[in-house]
Design a binder for this molecule. Structure first.
Ligand code: PMT
Length: 223
């Protein structure tokens, strides 16, 4: 049985994909199932934390005991995160936020009249970077989904988004990343330390990440 070592913490977790609507029947999205983020939310609740889960569209049921805010788009996720941020002591951003959204949403279904069709996209706000700018004494954990140059890319995100811990997963590896029960990751810390995790269930990885979060919170309280 895990001890309630996160009692007193309010942990804000994001999970799942976002959907960026093109027209009433189509959207731009990605393969995130929400499993990684939900595993973190469940583990944090089991360890005594108050948990708020901001979730993009998933097929997963609301975890017991946890307040779930359901959103669709990156803009909605941003608003939900910003509303929950002030009262939170820890933020874990496992969601796969769409980096771009269609510049315009067609009110009517786009008709199949031409042989090719271009979609104009504009950048979504980077929610994690915004959280990083407002970090204060919170512990902030980001995820980096990469298909190459894992450490280099994750290190850049760690610095640019001002997070304490970056969970870097190479989503091209079998058993890692989107829509599977397991993950493989490297944990990058601000002091340059890298911890290599082997293949494990997302539940086991959630607990491991929360062990590191608990240690970071303890270190903060001693300072
Ligand atoms: O949901 P599953 O099927 O279980 O899959 C798990 C996962 C692969 C989605 C998860 O392990 C993961 O890697 N999540 C992050 C995916 C991602 O968007 O990575 P990124 O490298 O593009 O973004 C880096 C970080 O910035 C992430 O914490 C992301 O939430 C955040 N971000 C990105 C873009 C944006 N506009 N706003 C953000 O907050």
């Amino acid at each position: 049985l895990t001890p309630p070592d996160l009692a007193g913490e309010r942990i804000l977790v994001t999970a799942g994909p976002t959907r960026e609507e093109v027209d009433p029947v189509r959207y731009v999205s990605n393969h995130s199932s929400g499993k990684m983020g939900y595993a973190i939310a469940r583990a944090a609740w089991r360890r005594g934390a108050e948990v708020v889960l901001v979730s993009g569209p998933t097929c997963l049921p609301d975890p017991w005991g946890i307040g779930v805010v359901r959103v669709e788009s990156a803009m909605e996720m941003r608003d939900a995160v910003m509303a929950e941020l002030p009262a939170s002591t820890v933020v874990v951003k496992a969601a796969a936020v769409a980096d771009y959204r269609p510049t315009t949403r067609s009110a009517a279904k786009i008709k199949k009249r031409t042989d090719s069709l271009s979609l104009d996209l504009e950048k979504n706000p980077d929610i994690l970077a915004e959280v990083g700018r407002m970090k204060g004494d919170r512990v902030v954990v980001g995820f980096a989904a990469e298909t190459g140059e894992l450490l280099e890319n994750a290190r850049i995100k760690l610095t640019e988004k001002n997070v304490d811990l970056m969970v870097a997963n190479d989503v091209s590896l079998e058993g890692a990343g989107f829509n599977v029960e397991t993950n493989i990751a490297k944990l990058l810390f601000r002091d340059g330390t890298v911890e290599e995790l082997s293949l494990m269930t997302k539940g086991a990885m959630a607990d491991l990440i929360l062990d590191r979060v608990a240690a970071l919170r303890q270190k903060q309280s001693r300072q």
